[in-house]
Design a protein around this ligand. Sequence first.
Ligand SMILES: [Zn+2]
Length: 337
Amino acid sequence: MGTVARDGADAWQLLVQTYTSEVNSPYLFEVAGLVLGLLLGSFLNVCISRVPQGESVVRPGSRCGSCGKAIRWYDNVPLLSWVVLRGRCRDCCAAISWRYPAVELAVGVWFAVQAGQLWEAFSFSLLSAGHMGTAFDVASQVILHVGLAVLGWLLIGLLVMDWQTMLLPDAFTFSGMGISFLLVCVQAVFLGPTEDQVILGAHHLRLASPGNVVDHGNVFLTGPENMLGTWLVATVGAAAILLMVRWLYKVVRHREGMGLGDVKLLAMMGAFLGFWPAVLSLFLGVVLASAYSIVLLVRRRAGGATRVPLGSFLAMGGLITALVGSHLIDTYKSFLR
Ligand SMILES: [Zn+2]
């Protein structure tokens, strides 16, 4: 299994190396990302309309929300059809929400950015002349950006669904956790024999045999154990923070302030991004939600019992963190110095 994966990675590495040295620009990667993102954004629109209602995302095909006529394939081209039809149904002229092209464009741009960053990682650090990353390094970069692309798709969907329906479907949050777990497993396959292993030198294990011979050995985590352990701590840890906030709110205010959907959403962000970036996402989400509430209060659009879709703001926090989180953390650290 390991050797097969390694041979595959080497062949792939060679292919990408040839491409990055011959074609000195990220455009091909970005255009491929954009097209794939537009298509998956179109599918995301179907999910947003149907998943909260518990309907199938496969059947029936797309229909107009007003007249119920099936949408022709040439009226279903992402982004372009909406522009050509000027946001109206071809049959009944009912307005089609700008949400459709906006979601398609957002997913398209997100995928293009991830593809561009992957190209950059290849051309500047992993496969440039004189510096060759290990199979694990290359696999890690591919998995990182595939993971971030999937996370963006899920977060954009959850953002819109929570805003429209106040629901954060398990079909998205639990699937996200499952996909990120699978990605960590695939990444672990590419580990070298001692790569990423952690020796817990401080804790010596006392091994006592029945014959009462006492031996001391190192306690250590192998690479895969370390990676899967980190994933588990990040996921459970992120969920635990919000569960605690939720419990505190209940004790103080004597009512539910937050659904379990928000807890699962933050756990999913922890699974993809890690524990501290999930904390940063939560912080940004709460700041954005508070700013939005203040605007509503000032405009007298809301009272004390108005519900703000917290999940939408958490998803925004997650998107910002995935995009520029490492820069934010670096800037913060430079202030502390
Ligand atoms: Zn119509």
